[in-house]
Design a protein around this ligand. Structure first.
Ligand code: HEC
Ligand code: HEC
Ligand code: HEC
Ligand code: HEC
Ligand code: HEC
Ligand code: HEC
Ligand code: HEC
Length: 377
């Protein structure tokens, strides 16, 4: 106790003598301030420093006299950040670009830390009434509140409806925006997400799902989710893997086994972009006689860039062929307008994709009289 008083006296003296030497220091602490009363560090105490700051309208100017203007300790030798690295915000957030979003990203999302003061459900704590949800900021376009742990907070559509469920909720988490708030499709974090997921894309009536390309986390703390972020900045990539069935669809009567690979920014080896083989020997008599020009028929095996835009989605990119006659290798030539003769409603008479549910669905889709829809083999 004696040591403590001595230390305090020394600090007070230091503060006073500095004030004599320098003129740009903050005003000295009012003479009534005790450094510090019992319970100052105990959150249940009436004397708790948080409670005291609340009464002062969070004005921490006086604290700076002894704890330094950047709260790193100063003459007190006690930095606020030893106990709560994120607070005071005016110092910490500014260091990381001025926004709390930049801070949390730079610190790899220490949300548990925020919960100690902002409450378990981010609705405010015992002393602090400022919660992410009680602010009007974490809310959807209609003002309905949502947790900062929502899947569309850090990436995706921040203003998406707060009551979305299931697949609609998951879709709202797809970029844009990226974790760096990018919206341009030329940026890796955004890329071709929307064209894969949107209902008006070439084959998405089936719905290209996130798990076709990612290990989708069921909670934000799932290992590998936020951690991939650290990996990325240590030289790695966002985790793109192909675990579902379509990208890895086996064809060629079991001999063509895709091993899809994403090597930023290029995707290669997927069934979807033409890594498939069909054998004449196991085709229908009609196909053998009228369609095959070789013993095998193959897709174009495209390696599209994730950020090159619509050029990668042209018929020729996945099918091969030349303008107007986009047929796979080993398939008789046909005008685009004629695909409909055998493939039915997959295309219309102008060669546009008509029935998206039948395109890029893992099925050979033919008119009923030619065999109908059967799995690729
Ligand atoms: C006159 C100098 C001075 C001022 C002004 C001052 N402090 Fe301190 N503070 C100290 C010293 C010295 C210590 C270390 C000894 C102690 O615990 O009292 C300390 C310790 C602390 C501790 C740690 C307490 C514990 O139990 O470990 C907290 C929290 C704290 N100060 C917060 C604040 C806040 C918040 C303000 C502004 C409202 C403030 N201080 C203003 C000098 C000061
Ligand atoms: C010895 C550890 C310690 C130090 C040093 C410290 N604090 Fe705290 N502070 C706490 C604890 C513990 C809480 C309560 C958080 C909780 O509920 O878990 C807290 C909470 C707060 C709160 C919010 C009150 C609440 O619970 O909502 C404010 C504001 C605050 N501190 C300001 C400061 C400032 C400013 C400094 C530096 C001048 C400082 N603290 C230094 C331990 C400390
Ligand atoms: C030690 C307690 C404490 C911790 C930990 C804490 N906050 Fe706060 N936060 C406060 C206090 C007190 C206020 C209100 C006064 C202020 O703005 O400084 C506040 C206010 C805010 C505000 C509103 C600022 C404004 O301009 O209205 C945001 C945003 C915020 N905190 C985000 C965070 C995030 C994100 C974390 C976790 C990385 C976090 N806080 C951790 C105490 C804390
Ligand atoms: C606190 C911020 C935050 C929240 C909330 C969040 N994510 Fe993420 N998410 C990230 C970061 C950071 C990355 C990594 C981006 C990178 O590496 O480029 C990421 C990446 C992803 C990826 C890409 C695959 C990967 O692991 O890299 C998917 C899919 C994903 N998140 C889904 C979700 C889902 C589903 C939820 C809700 C359960 C969710 N996220 C909530 C920050 C968040
Ligand atoms: C066709 C494959 C594909 C699908 C489907 C897909 N993604 Fe991605 N995703 C990627 C690629 C490629 C990247 C970029 C990897 C890189 O950083 O190079 C990426 C990156 C991400 C990121 C990181 C963004 C950033 O800023 O770094 C998130 C988050 C994400 N995807 C979420 C989703 C969600 C949620 C879905 C489903 C609604 C989804 N993705 C569907 C391929 C896909
Ligand atoms: C004369 C009828 C006929 C016409 C016209 C025709 N195809 Fe085919 N095509 C077939 C048959 C039959 C198969 C199935 C081969 C098998 O079962 O091995 C097939 C297979 C395919 C395949 C691979 C398997 C599948 O069904 O996805 C693609 C891709 C394809 N055709 C694209 C086209 C395109 C593009 C056009 C128009 C430019 C076209 N075809 C015009 C009869 C035709
Ligand atoms: C992203 C790659 C990709 C693009 C781009 C693409 N296709 Fe396909 N297409 C496929 C795959 C893979 C199949 C194999 C059958 C399946 O899974 O539906 C296919 C099959 C077909 C078939 C055979 C019917 C069927 O579904 O079995 C026709 C006809 C066809 N595509 C026409 C077109 C036309 C016309 C365009 C341009 C407007 C086009 N495709 C663009 C990947 C693509």
């Amino acid at each position: 106790m004696t040591q403590r008083i001595l230390l305090l006296l020394t600090c007070a003296l230091l503060a006073v003598s500095c004030a004599r030497l320098k003129t740009d220091l903050p005003a000295p602490v009012a003479s009534g301030v005790k450094v510090h009363e019992a319970g100052w560090g105990t959150s249940s105490s009436d004397n708790f420093h948080g409670r005291s700051l609340l009464k002062a309208g969070w004005d921490d100017t006086a604290c700076k006299t002894c704890h330094a203007a950047d709260f790193s300790g100063g003459s007190s030798g006690v930095s606020c950040f030893t106990c709560h690295p994120a607070y005071p915000h005016d110092v910490q957030f500014v260091k990381a670009g001025g926004r709390h979003t930049d801070y949390v990203r730079a610190m790899n999302y220490p949300l548990q830390q925020c919960q100690t003061c902002h409450g378990q459900n981010y609705t405010g704590g015992a002393i602090l009434t400022v919660g992410c949800e009680s602010s009007s900021c974490h809310a959807d376009a209609n003002g309905n509140l949502k947790s900062p742990e929502s899947c569309n907070t850090c990436h995706g559509d921040f203003r998406a409806a707060a009551n979305l469920q299931g697949i609609a909720y998951l879709l709202s988490a797809a970029p844009p925006k990226s974790v760096f708030r990018d919206t341009a499709a030329t940026v890796l974090g955004v890329g071709a997400h929307q064209i894969h997921l949107r209902a008006d894309s070439l084959g998405s009536a089936k719905g290209v799902k996130c798990q076709e390309c990612h290990d989708v986390p069921s909670s934000i703390y799932e290992p590998g989710h936020l951690l991939t972020f650290q990996r990325k900045y240590a030289g790695g990539l966002a985790a793109v893997m192909f675990k579902d069935t379509l990208a890895r669809l086996v064809t060629g009567n079991g001999s063509n086994i895709p091993l899809p690979l994403y090597s930023s920014p290029t995707c290669a080896g997927t069934y979807c972009h033409g890594n498939w083989v069909l054998r004449k020997a196991t085709a229908s008599a009609f196909a053998q006689q009228y369609v095959y020009t070789d013993s095998v028929m193959t897709g174009a095996h495209a390696s599209p860039s994730w950020v090159a835009g619509s050029a990668e989605g042209q018929c020729s990119s996945c099918h091969g062929g030349s303008p107007g006659v986009y047929v796979p290798k080993g398939h008789i030539l046909s005008e685009l307008a004629n695909c409909v003769d055998c493939h039915g409603d997959v295309t219309d008479a102008s060669g546009n994709i008509l029935n998206k549910a039948k395109h890029i669905n893992g099925q050979i889709d033919l008119r009923a009289e030619l065999g109908g829809s059967v799995p690729m083999r």
